[in-house]
Design a protein around this ligand. Sequence first.
Ligand SMILES: Cc1cc2nc3c(=O)[nH]c(=O)nc-3n(C[C@H](O)[C@H](O)[C@H](O)COP(=O)(O)OP(=O)(O)OC[C@H]3O[C@@H](n4cnc5c(N)ncnc54)[C@H](O)[C@@H]3O)c2cc1C
Length: 345
Amino acid sequence: MKTHTQVAVIGGGVVGCSVLYHLARLGWSDVVLLERSELTSGSTWHAAGGFHTLNGDTNMAALQGYTIRLYQELEQITGMSCGLHHVGGVTMADSPERWDMLKAERAKHRYMGLETHLLGPEEIRELAPLTNVDGILGGLYDPLDGHLDPAGTTHAYARAARMKGAEIYLHTMVQETNPHPEGWEIVTDKGTLIAEHVVNAGGLWAREVGAMAGVYLPLHPMAHQYLVTDDIPEIYQRDTEYPHVMDPGGESYLRQEGRGLCIGFYEQPCEPWAVDGTPWNFGHELLPDNLDKVEASVEFAYRRYPVLERAGVKTVIHGPFTFAPDGNPLVGPVPGCATTGRPAA
Ligand SMILES: Cc1cc2nc3c(=O)[nH]c(=O)nc-3n(C[C@H](O)[C@H](O)[C@H](O)COP(=O)(O)OP(=O)(O)OC[C@H]3O[C@@H](n4cnc5c(N)ncnc54)[C@H](O)[C@@H]3O)c2cc1C
């Protein structure tokens, strides 16, 4: 392992590998990524892989739009597949307030160069015929919506970064980050490294990585669950892949998975996970199924998508991922803690 670097990125999930690639692409060739296990050993390996441009925060919406367009370029650069499914998607409104919000988003998207458009209930039914549109006022359609293979995408970012000179050290656990005259001293179980800058991409362990520098980050992992159904004739007999359907009123997102459907829930009785800290030996396992906590959301989904009531559940994926209070990523320099490890001026 080298002993000095311009930037050390801690964490080899999709975010750390993307940061590493972007640094290398911007000309920072002396950059390393430190991963305690294999790439994707946190939340990334079990993500449903859905992507959307809709975000109440304009900068986040722009960033999501940029990233979605980047995946094809990433495939071309690396020759690796990101498992892209650009199927398009509609976010539905079942109240005047949600409908106003979608209209406002549409106006914002037009300014940002995103080609979304508004649909009426009948158009939603034509697009996604398994939807019961009773009570739906309309929806916002985005042709960019879709899903990908999170592990494949992470490895593609890693290859693209390596192609530009970045280095990745697997099975290298960061144990301490100490201020140092040249930046930060990064103590790992494989040796010590001086980094001028440190990026915390610790995902599920971002709280713990922040605490190594004496920093409290307002982050918390929550348990999230999605279900994959058995084969559904109305799905596998189609000529085209089924679009994504987001139903904020039902706290759900729905898309095709193989010959069936995948539906995930952001249920109200949400479940904080690992309140006292994410165990370091976690990462390659899922949480036990918990269908009780999504019971109300599932019942709602049966009314919205009646076909689900007939479809058996093939797989349940229940895993944790980290949230900031506003639901958006926590990004940027830590106030009061200069990027070089010296106190901020
Ligand atoms: C069930 C489920 C479904 C999801 N579906 C979607 C979806 O459809 N769309 C979507 O956009 N998102 C989805 N997500 C969220 C998504 O998984 C996460 O937002 C994303 O994976 C976070 O990536 P990350 O790189 O920040 O963190 P992680 O994937 O948690 O990666 C962090 C990495 O850092 C490493 N690390 C941590 N500490 C150290 C240390 N001290 N030293 C070295 N390495 C360290 C870990 O080993 C790990 O590999 C879903 C999540 C779950 C749980």
